[in-house]
Write a protein that binds this ligand. Structure first.
Ligand code: GDP
Ligand code: IMO
Ligand code: MG
Length: 429
């Protein structure tokens, strides 16, 4: 039975939360494998809105076991706040499991994230300020703290001291800030130990056994392909691997066990934070997309930058992730345009490029080459089959499918769970 990975194909906020929730009852486990509470995933059920930062979106479906994989970085304070919030709304998060090898976001890394951004000034990345980058840096520098360290006080204290030895010099001498007391940090983390202990698992063993038993496992990415530390628009990226390979390293499930990789793609494009964005619209049309699409960040509330669909990026995402299917979201937001431009290639200093440019410099200079597709004016929010869509909307979907080189298996026409057109089954075909 299937192991299915759900990834973002653009710069995030494509609707991964809704897509994950949609798999619903057909899934046994929903696993987050990368990122942390920089993510904001929205699910709307019967008009009620849920926003998740750390909890896998599958937590809303009874019977689904939500898992936080080793590739995730966990802010314990945020985790328990989120659990309390959904429980106060009558949902059950008691089956949540967490990998013993997931890394913890200590408070000093939130401080470091925000201070570093301030020091970068006009060169800042526009991070979410949640300590994500410094925590992944600590992991790579081998001075990180893991969930399992919560259960050995002496090791945890030693590790916090080791990390802060270095960072306190930076805070004091470079950033001109007070030093942080390692024992206070350790005490705060240890205060969560008893609550975390029952949730801790060997994530790799758990998921491989589940797959052996014929269970269905869904891997839910945070962030997206163009924010990937290796494959995105570096340095304007996050610090993890949100692409499909991250599902393997971030959970301990080998690539031969993955059956499908589903890429979620908005009908247009958005981006939060700094960095290149060839199809960005810095005009009234950009404003219109932002207002009609409700494009404001779930995590930081920042307005999202908006632009037309960039099929070069969608094709790139199909390749980098090995996509088997695309789920297109927010087609309804494009209703009411006479024509809809789609970027099919770039013009870089007079030369046409059909694929992602090799270098950052060329991507910064990329000017979109647009194809203009006819728009539609009919309300499509109640469409439930492909045939319910006006011809122009069908043609828009089919053209992007052709440009991406990957079938579009589902189409979102509204935020609600029910507002979806299914073209091909995503599990088990
Ligand atoms: P994620 O981070 O990829 O899970 O996406 P976000 O939740 O940050 O942003 C996607 C937004 O679009 C949310 O507000 C969703 O409720 C909404 N959404 C998802 N699919 C659709 C759709 O097909 N149509 C409309 N109008 N909204 C959608
Ligand atoms: P979901 O899962 C959109 C962006 C930030 C910033 C860059 C680095 O909801 O799609 P970080 O705090 O990760 O070091 O910030 O990445 N970013 C996102 N943008 N959606 C997200 O998550 C994002 N997570 C990080 O805005 O530009
Ligand atoms: Mg989001």
């Amino acid at each position: 039975m299937p192991a299915v990975v759900v990834v973002g194909t653009q710069w995030g906020d494509e609707g991964k939360g809704k897509a994950t929730d949609q798999f619903g009852q057909n899934v046994d486990y929903v696993v987050k494998f990368n990122g942390g509470n920089n993510a904001g995933h929205t699910v709307v059920i019967d008009g009620e809105k849920f926003a998740f930062h750390l909890l896998p979106a599958g937590v809303l479906t009874p019977g689904v076991t939500p898992v936080i994989g080793n590739g995730v970085v966990v802010d314990l304070d945020v985790l328990f706040q989120e659990i309390a919030e959904i429980e106060s709304r009558g949902k059950d998060a008691s089956s949540l499991l967490i990998s013993a090898n997931a890394h913890l976001i200590p408070s000093y890394n939130r401080v470091l994230d925000r201070t570093t951004e301030r020091f970068l000034g006009s060169r800042q990345l526009g991070t979410t300020g949640r300590g994500i980058g410094p925590t992944y840096a600590d992991k790579m520098n081998r001075i990180g703290l893991r969930v399992q360290d919560l259960f050995d006080e002496s090791i945890l204290r030693q590790k916090v001291h080791a990390a802060l030895d270095n960072k306190n010099s930076l805070f004091l001498k470079v950033f001109n800030r007070p030093a942080i007391d390692p024992d206070e940090v350790a005490d705060e983390l240890l205060s969560y130990a008893d609550r975390v202990r029952p949730m801790v698992v060997d994530c790799s063993l758990l998921l491989n056994k589940a797959l052996d038993e014929g269970k269905t496992v869904l891997f839910e990415a945070g962030q997206a392909t163009m924010l990937d530390i290796d494959h995105g628009t570096y340095p304007f990226v996050t610090s993890s691997n949100p692409t499909s390979g991250g599902a393997c390293t971030g959970t301990g499930v080998g690539p031969t066990r993955i059956d499908a990789v589903v890429g979620v793609v908005k009908a247009y494009t958005t981006r939060v934070g700094e960095g290149p964005f060839p199809t960005e619209l810095n005009d009234e049309m950009g404003e219109r997309l932002r207002e009609e699409g409700g494009e404001y960040g779930v995590t930081t509330g920042r307005p999202r930058r908006c632009g037309w669909h960039d099929a070069v990026i969608t094709r790139y995402a199909a390749r980098v992730n090995g996509l088997t299917d695309l789920v297109m979201t927010k087609l309804d937001v494009l209703t009411g345009h006479e024509q809809i431009p789609v970027c099919v290639a770039y013009d870089v200093d007079g030369q046409r490029m059909d694929e992602m440019p090799l270098t950052q410099t060329d991507f910064h200079h990329a000017i979109p080459v647009y194809e203009y597709l006819p728009g539609w004016s009919e309300d499509i929010s109640t469409a439930r089959t492909f045939d319910d869509l006006p011809k122009a909307a069908q043609d828009y979907v089919l053209r992007i499918e052709e440009l991406a080189g990957c079938r579009i298996s589902a189409i979102g026409v509204g935020p609600g769970r029910e507002a979806t057109i299914q073209r091909h089954a995503l599990l088990g075909d």
